[in-house]
Design a protein around this ligand. Structure first.
Ligand SMILES: Nc1ncnc2c1ncn2[C@@H]1O[C@H](COP(=O)(O)OP(=O)(O)OP(=O)(O)O)[C@@H](O)[C@H]1O
Length: 348
């Protein structure tokens, strides 16, 4: 097996996370599985923002939680290139103490800035906690470090003594970001990190994340459903459908010309608020509901909703994820022959 290249910080290989479905009643028997993530493979390159998109329930959060090792994946590996030159570890093979150094390197920013901060702790305790847990003494140096972190996320150091309730949603998210930065991480997994914020606050937070990415040489896995945000922030975009990766491509290429019919349908729904600015692009309405991850369709999981399904091979054969010329991977039997439309563009 080839080693991940020098530019690869994290390599996810054939990753699956299947949750058991149990029967009701006292004798809970396992009667099925929810295939929340199913055989997903991709690389995260150092310094990039890789976004993960897809409809609700397609497995984005589960994937993020597997990378964080909040979940123990059912199968597959997550290979991480450590700070030691050339060393690659499989995070899925590590536990407890052995995993600790990498927990510092890979941190998470959570969706809900209201629920993710302990209301009984001061900002100083919240931001300093990861350092204290890592063995940093509670001293003046810690106090200074927390103050510096707050300033780096655009908050005043005097705010340290306050409690979370004294802050707005955007400020709370900044406190969460300061906390995530406290251990000098290399990779941040941001799960819907700006979804709960007002549009103007979203923009400020995204710009902050971009600034911090440059300053700290950070790599982001950005889980999101808002494609306008994704287009703005990402270098590459991974599209998931019922637990599977169906397309991964550089952002501009993906938005201009999707290769998977599901990506085309997702992009056609990108809203452009002013109808006069919209070029006429047909909105593709997806027929039916997203497939059920506890009962994934045969063949291509998207065939039940796909306007291009041939009703034969697409129903029988699971398409492999193939690499195309333009640094793109796609899982569709007919990716090369379909003439798909990109996202609606603003008329000029
Ligand atoms: N702990 C769990 N036990 C059982 N099923 C789960 C668990 N966590 C997630 N699932 C199921 O796995 C599937 C994927 O869920 P996940 O939350 O990863 O999707 P998502 O794409 O992040 O959705 P959303 O955008 O709504 O957050 C869903 O069908 C969900 O119900």
């Amino acid at each position: 097996m080839a080693e991940p290249s020098a530019a690869t910080l994290l390599e996810v290989r054939d990753l699956s996370m299947h949750f058991p479905v149990t029967s009701a009643g006292v004798l809970r028997r396992v009667v099925g599985q929810v295939k929340a993530v199913d055989g997903v493979s991709f690389c995260v390159r150092e310094g990039e923002t890789l976004s993960v998109v897809g409809e609700s329930g397609c497995g984005k959060t589960t994937l993020g939680r597997c990378i964080m090792r909040i979940y123990d994946p059912t199968a597959g590996s997550i290979r991480y290139r450590t700070r030691n030159e050339g060393e690659v570890v499989d995070l899925t093979a590590l536990d407890g103490r052995a995993l600790r150094p990498y927990r510092r390197d890979i941190r998470m920013i959570f969706q809900d800035p209201y629920a993710s901060l302990n209301p009984r702790m001061t900002v100083e305790e919240i931001v300093g906690e990861p350092l204290v847990l890592a063995g940093h003494p509670r001293n003046k140096a810690l106090h200074r470090r927390v103050g510096d972190l707050l300033e780096q996320v655009g908050l005043r150091r005097e705010y340290m003594a306050r409690y979370p309730h004294a802050f707005s949603g955007g400020e709370r998210q900044r406190i969460g970001i300061a906390r995530a930065l406290s251990l000098n991480p290399r990779l941040l997994v941001a799960d819907e990190a700006v979804s709960a914020l007002d549009v103007s606050v979203q923009a400020q937070t995204i710009n902050l994340l971009k600034k911090l990415q440059v300053e700290y040489k950070l790599t982001y896995v950005f889980i999101a459903h808002d494609l306008s945000v994704v287009e703005y922030i990402s270098d590459r975009v991974a599209v998931m459908y019922v637990g599977k990766l169906v397309e991964l491509a550089p952002t501009r290429a993906l938005f201009a010309r999707p290769a998977h019919p599901y990506t085309e349908a997702l992009l056609s729904a990108v809203p452009i608020p002013d109808p006069r600015l919209r070029k006429k692009v047909e909105r593709i309405r997806l027929a039916g509901e997203i497939a059920d991850p506890s009962n994934v369709p045969s063949g291509c999981p998207f065939h039940t909703r796909c306007a291009y399904s041939d009703g034969n091979r697409c129903v029988r054969e699971v398409p492999a994820l193939r690499t195309l010329e333009d640094d793109r991977q796609v899982a569709c039997h007919y990716a090369e022959t379909l003439e798909l439309k990109g996202a609606p563009q603003v008329a000029t």
